[in-house]
Design a protein around this ligand. Sequence first.
Ligand code: DX5
Ligand code: ZN
Length: 218
Amino acid sequence: MNTVISPSLLACDFLNIENELKHFEDVKHLWFHLDIMDGHFVPNLTFGQPIIKKISQKTKQPLDAHLMVSNPEFYIESLKDMNLHNFTWHIEAQSEDVLSLISKAKKHYSSVGLSIKPKSNLNLLSDEILCAIDLVLVMSVEPGFGGQKFIEETYERISALVKRRKNLGLSFSIQVDGGVNEHNAKKLIDAGADNLVAGSYIFKEGPNKYLEKINSLR
Ligand code: DX5
Ligand code: ZN
């Protein structure tokens, strides 16, 4: 299967987003990863609806929203017309019935995901929840900031999810986010990851290297 690569726009040149997007327009199996932080669920604050709307008008590539917010329900509604392909929030974020939030999200997004922080018990994602979602986002750093060091325990967490996916006869995707680079990508794919988010690694050396970086992750 083709590994999806999801460049995290958090690491791109924000004053030049339109041009940044163009470099990736013809790349197959690519999602643009949007890190939406509310300054509450995580200390950092990024961008919201107005900027996402502009981005969605400038690309045909699928948009992948990663909500690091305390109130995902608000965003399920407010981002519903932004043409997002995937909508992921954190299992740690809310106490309301997760299954009902998932069915709300399913009305507006073709893919719905849940993310889990590195220190959270994987059992927070119950079998029932796994049956209802399209994607699990395994955080390989503490959410909130780009450029952090990859947490090695991530491989085991991916393997555990692969096992559960098989036992349950499911097909949700496994996405990994944080500190992904050319040194850990192969091991992540071998462990069962099918979607790699990368920010600093793709963007840090400038546009001439973007495509090379993407290929090196695959
Ligand atoms: C962290 C974000 C990531 C971040 C990844 O909270 O969810 O998507 O942009 O950046 P790198 O690849 O630099 O770790
Ligand atoms: Zn992210």
